[in-house]
Design a protein around this ligand. Structure first.
Ligand code: KIV
Ligand code: ZN
Length: 514
């Protein structure tokens, strides 16, 4: 943990709060393994008191992931801290991250507490957390709209009570780079004994400034950056991990060549894996990981890049592990080659899940000549998702065309038993969805349907994303297959399974409050 800048990844906690990005235990574990390979210092795995699902995710990640520090979030009440402590208890290195708002706006309208009460609460919560672990982070929620003098008081009390990391969140994405840097400098200068703590920053992207603000804070002395893969997170998202990392790496002249400890070659796989798991694709022009991030379209640019890449390229696709179009496996590749490739991609699957993925790979290799890394990542994410589900797509047949009414016959496994039906629709996807809705008895509403090609080429696998909503709960399902109709059926079933999973998850009345 000697990296000059610690990378605190909150994809599994703040990121998971993005609409449609909630993940089940298996999905969180798959991502946590990838975050470990990426080399993050801290994984914030969830908010244990928020739900049984979050508690189990933090506990399971704590058991399995041994490299990074595993962190559980807690408000200040004693029960929150106890629950977080219980969840991180199996971790090799566990952290409790406790927070309370410090802005007058939050004190008056949300907490209905006085400043004195907030100060008492901070001292009590941090001391309690220190009773469970030596690694305690304190966050002053809405710090950037708080009175700076009160912030000094709040952080001083947290430090005295034993906090080792002091986090200054820009909770509502309100600050600007110059102002934020000034605040960090002021806090470091004014808090007695500030050299004993790591100052951390946590920026939201409401004004599109999350990365700029985080980097400005690093320039002012912050030594932990909280961020998420693909910048997912509450509302407009959090600071994007890949953008922060590549800015620091690409501009050592500006950031003094500070070490972040990140294996940048794992960035692209991390981004792809997250998109596969959540079904949320990044926009094509997204910095670093978007489809067009390294595509030179204008003739004058192409000419320059062909003559010397340095003319228009400030970093290479290879540096983030984007060696796309790499032929990896074919139909003659066997189990060993497949497992080796999974290991190289850092996709560790075992048992039933491995068998499922291998079968999918063989089927795909029969249908498609060339299989790329992206195909394998999509297959594995798809196979991992299927294992704890109530509904499974077994068979799907469609008749459709310009002279016949579209019809779909669908067989699902429902609670272990096969059930079939036939439905017609306006188009083949409509027919498939009607049949599935009938078999699952879902009351959800279809909000969005999107198709995306996993790789280039006419034989590319189709990745379908389906957004559905029921009683205000919105989820995204994902399905991958060389036949887009099958991918559509899988995506819809996956979304319905996610709703099912939420129904079974016990949520607090006010689960997040942040
Ligand atoms: O945005 C925020 O303030 C948070 C805190 C819990 C750190 O997510
Ligand atoms: Zn946040």
């Amino acid at each position: 943990m000697s990296h000059a800048i610690r990378v605190f990844d909150t994809t599994l906690r703040d990121g998971e709060q993005s609409p449609g990005c909630s993940m089940n235990l298996k999905e969180k574990l798959t991502l946590a393994r990838q975050l470990e390979r990426l080399g993050v210092d801290v994984i914030e795995a969830g908010f244990p008191i928020a739900s049984q699902g979050d508690f189990e995710a933090v506990r399971q990640v704590s058991r399995e992931i041994r490299g990074p520090i595993i962190c559980g979030l807690a408000r200040t009440p004693a029960l929150d801290i106890e629950r977080a402590a219980e969840a991180i208890e199996p971790a090799a290195q566990g952290r409790i991250h406790t927070f309370i708002a410090t802005s007058d706006i939050h004190l008056e309208h949300k907490l209905r507490m006085t400043r004195e009460q907030v100060i008492d609460e901070i001292g009590r919560a941090v001391s309690q957390a220190r009773g469970f672990t030596e690694d305690v982070e304190f966050s002053a929620e809405d710090a950037t709209r708080s009175d700076p003098e009160f912030l000094v008081q709040a952080f001083s009390v947290a430090l005295e009570a034993g906090a080792t990391t002091l986090n200054v969140p820009d909770t509502v994405g309100y600050t600007t780079p110059g102002e934020y840097a000034e605040l960090i400098r002021y806090l470091i200068g004014e808090i007695p004994g500030s050299d004993k703590a790591i100052f951390s920053v946590h920026c939201h992207n409401d004004l599109g400034l999350a990365v700029a603000n985080s980097l400005a804070a690093v320039g002012a002395g912050a030594r932990q950056v909280e961020c998420t893969v693909n910048g997912i997170g509450e509302r407009a998202g959090n600071a994007s991990l890949e953008e922060v990392v590549m800015a620091v790496k690409t501009r050592p002249d500006v950031y003094g060549g500070m070490d972040l400890g990140i294996r940048a070659e794992e960035i692209y796989s991390s981004s792809r894996l997250l998109s596969s798991v959540t079904g949320v694709q990044v926009q094509p022009n997204k910095a670093i990981v978007g489809d067009n991030a390294f595509a030179h379209e204008a003739g004058i640019h192409q000419d320059g890049v062909l003559k010397a890449a340095i003319t228009y390229e400030i970093m290479t696709p290879d540096s983030i592990g984007r060696a796309s179009n790499e032929l990896v496996l074919g139909k003659h590749s066997g189990r060993h080659a497949f497992r080796d490739r999974l290991d190289e991609l850092g996709l560790h699957t075992e048992g039933e899940e491995f068998e499922r993925a291998f079968k999918r790979f063989k089927d795909l290799a029969d249908a498609k000549k060339v299989i790329y890394n992206e195909d394998i990542e999509a297959i594995v994410a798809d196979s991992a998702m299927a294992t704890e589900d109530r509904f499974e797509l077994i068979e799907l047949t469609i008749t459709s065309g310009n002279a016949t009414a579209p019809k779909a016959s669908v067989t699902l496994e429902v609670d272990g038993k096969a059930k079939s039906t036939v439905a017609s629709g306006v188009g083949p996807v409509d027919a498939i969805f009607k049949a599935i809705a009938d078999l699952t008895e879902t009351a959800s509403e279809l909000i969005r349907y999107q198709v995306h090609a996993v790789t280039a080429g006419l034989d590319a696998q189709g990745e379908v994303t389906v957004t559905i909503e029921e009683e205000g709960r919105r989820v995204i399902g994902n399905g991958v297959h060389e036949d887009v109709m099958v991918a559509s059926g899988k995506a819809y079933v996956n979304a319905i399974n996610k709703l099912e999973w939420h129904r079974q998850r016990h949520e607090l009345d006010e689960p997040r409050g942040i």
